[in-house]
Structure formats: structure tokens, C-alpha cells
Design a protein around this ligand. Structure first.
Ligand SMILES: [Ca+2]
Ligand SMILES: [Ca+2]
Length: 88
């Protein structure tokens, strides 16, 4: 758990309004993109409302790996590409 990284996050249950608190591909908000993010990424494909119920506090748009503002199957390839990276 990266405390400094978590501190930059929006509070649980609030919308993430700044790109600064987004980290593409980090679906469990631990500051890194790893294989552990694959399952929650798949969950994010199910839609934002379901995501916000199950994963409050981690921005749904972290799954928007191609930056088009939505989470779709088109994000799968760019998601795979960032596995192994660390958030700023
Ligand atoms: Ca992660
Ligand atoms: Ca997208």
C-alpha cells in the first residue's frame, strides 16, 4: 500500500474529478498495475454504476486505458500494455 499515492485519491464514494487522481490500469488502487488488477478491470467492463457499488474509492475511469472517457473492450489492449507499470 502506497500511503502517499492513496492520499492523492478522491475520498471513497466521491467522484474523481481530476485526472491527477487517476492511474490508468490500477484497478485496486495500490499504486501499481499488476496481474492483481486484471479481475477488477474485467469487473469495470460491467459498467460504472456496478463498479461504484463494489469498488467505492477507486476510480472507475482507471479502467479507461485509451482515454476516451468510457470503459469498453477497446481498453483491454491498452490495459495489458500498462501491466507492470507504477503509478506516478
Ligand atoms: Ca493495482
Ligand atoms: Ca476507454
Amino acid at each position: 500500500m502506497n500511503a502517499a499515492y492513496q492520499a492523492g485519491r478522491a475520498a471513497p464514494g466521491t467522484a474523481c474529478t481530476s485526472n491527477a487522481c487517476l492511474c490508468r490500469g490500477d484497478m485496486n488502487c495500490d499504486g501499481r498495475v499488476t496481474f492483481a488488477d486484471i479481475d477488477p478491470f474485467a469487473e469495470a467492463l460491467g459498467g460504472e454504476s456496478a463498479w461504484n457499488q463494489n469498488q467505492p474509492g477507486c476510480p472507475w475511469l482507471n479502467a479507461d486505458c485509451n482515454g476516451d472517457g468510457n470503459v469498453t473492450f477497446a481498453d483491454i489492449d491498452p490495459f495489458v500494455a500498462v501491466i507492470g507499470t507504477t503509478c506516478p
